[in-house]
Ligand binder design. Structure first.
Ligand SMILES: NC(=O)c1ccc[n+]([C@@H]2O[C@H](COP(=O)([O-])OP(=O)(O)OC[C@H]3O[C@@H](n4cnc5c(N)ncnc54)[C@H](OP(=O)(O)O)[C@@H]3O)[C@@H](O)[C@H]2O)c1
Length: 267
């Protein structure tokens, strides 16, 4: 595995094994994205409501990266007209297409069938290569795919050794849906955990690197956010070590359904 490694989605498209999160990455977004792409990041995650889309578009341009070598993931809100919101996101990003458009969170009623139809139209028209969901439970994914046959390629959810679900992972694996892990660093709140710190010390790595690497070894796709250059670099320096089975088991046991938002949005 290396920064260019990919996972294959059920549509046959490929997605990088790690991406850069950009929530609150509003300080010099363009400069940070440019630096990230030059360091080797191949996927950027954003949303219409992060305020980072214009800077991401600018950063991609400045980096001189080939558009075909970068994945851009963005989202529509549950109250949006999904098709129109996709066009607005692309306009802000200054891009012709996204690689992945997500429903940011399920609406209050139903499973988001209208939103899904809007994203399917965007996909048919070439505005996005793939479509997926975020913050969905297994039950909501089931009812969405029962109503409309097209399955999401991704469920983007809060996910770390401190808060995850075997049940969700098994369901997604069985259905060829990739779990994208948001807040994989617990927004730094568990980086000083004793067991995590001890495991990191064994590999000569930092707790953040162990949290990100845990995802790679479980087949989930982490989206760490970093403003600071040293963090950007560190969070991609993951490919020269492997966490042993025993240490993976110790990390798996840290699960306390921790959520930096208060509650995990799935079982
Ligand atoms: N779909 C959704 O509903 C949803 C919800 C939340 C997040 N997300 C996505 O997931 C991304 C990541 O989640 P997040 O931003 O909530 O939190 P996160 O990635 O868990 O944590 C970000 C924090 O970790 C710090 N950090 C980064 N690398 C570090 C390192 N090597 N050592 C120590 N600290 C480090 C960052 O500091 P600096 O910035 O100072 O470098 C920042 O304070 C978001 O940016 C967003 O793209 C999606």
């Amino acid at each position: 595995m290396n920064p260019q490694s990919t996972v294959t989605l059920h549509t046959g498209n490929k997605m990088p094994v790690v991406g850069l999160g950009t929530w609150q990455l509003t300080k010099d977004t363009a400069g940070t994205v440019e630096a990230a792409l030059k360091l080797g990041y191949r996927m950027i995650d954003t949303s219409g409501d992060y305020g980072t889309q214009p800077g991401i578009g600018e950063g991609i341009k400045r980096s001189g990266s080939d558009r075909g070598h970068i994945d851009v993931v963005t989202k529509v809100e549950e109250t949006d007209d999904a098709y129109e919101a996709t066009r607005k996101d692309l306009n802000e990003l200054q891009l012709d297409y996204a690689d992945l458009m997500l429903i940011h969170r399920p609406p209050e009623q139903g499973a988001g069938e209208d939103l899904w139809r809007g994203l399917m139209r965007a996909k048919r028209e070439g505005l996005t290569r793939d479509i997926g969901v975020s913050n969905y439970t297994v039950e909501l994914i089931e009812s969405l795919t029962k109503a409309i046959e097209e399955k999401p390629v991704v469920n983007q959810i809060e996910w770390s050794p401190f808060g995850y679900s075997e049940n969700m992972l098994q369901y997604c694996k069985a259905n060829n849906i990739v779990v994208q892990a948001y807040s994989p660093l617990t927004r730094t709140r568990r980086l000083d955990d004793d067991i995590l710190t001890e495991i990191a010390r064994r590999y000569g790595k930092t707790p953040a690197q162990v949290l990100i690497r845990w995802n790679l070894q479980r087949g989930t796709v982490p989206l760490p956010k970093a403003n600071q250059r040293k963090h950007l670099k560190e969070d991609l320096d993951l490919f020269d070590f492997e966490i042993s089975r025993a240490d993976m088991a110790l990390l798996n046991e840290l699960n306390e359904r921790y959520s930096s938002l208060g509650e995990l949005p799935y079982n």
